[in-house]
Design a protein around this ligand. Sequence first.
Ligand code: SF4
Length: 173
Amino acid sequence: MRTLLRNLLSAPLTEALPPAERVAVTALAARVQAGALARLGRSLSIREVDAGSCNGCELEIHALNNPFYDVERFGLRFVASPRHADVLLVTGPVTHNMREALERTYTATPAPKWVVAVGDCAAGCGVFEGSYACVGAVSNVLPVDLLIRGCPPTPVDLLRGLLHLLDGGQRTS
Ligand code: SF4
């Protein structure tokens, strides 16, 4: 009973975002929400595909959804199926092992859709350039609508990229 009371009355353990970061993320995420509403008439749905990354880019993408950044409160949703997605966020150089899965995910995503290559590896192989295991950049396999560079790009970079898409990026039909 004492433990229950203590847990109910104590503050959350999650650290607060640094004030400058909180302001930037809140403003950008609100603009993405407004952009999605204006462009799609609803929330933006995102399917993330790791095509062979080191997982550094995934950590930053996942951070968008953690209690620290919590962009879901602005209607940005990561979906489990490409059939429900507006955007494919693709990370990593595309490996031979993941090429078919990436192509099938793209085919399963309803048109019109956007493909975003996230990170230096997705943009041009990055540190994996020349590897026998890689097909190459995401653009070698799929039509890419936007590159978000960085190793890895930060959550703020990711939000800026999504905003750019909604502000005028054409979708692949
Ligand atoms: S861009 Fe950097 S963090 Fe992202 S997959 Fe490549 S090496 Fe990893």
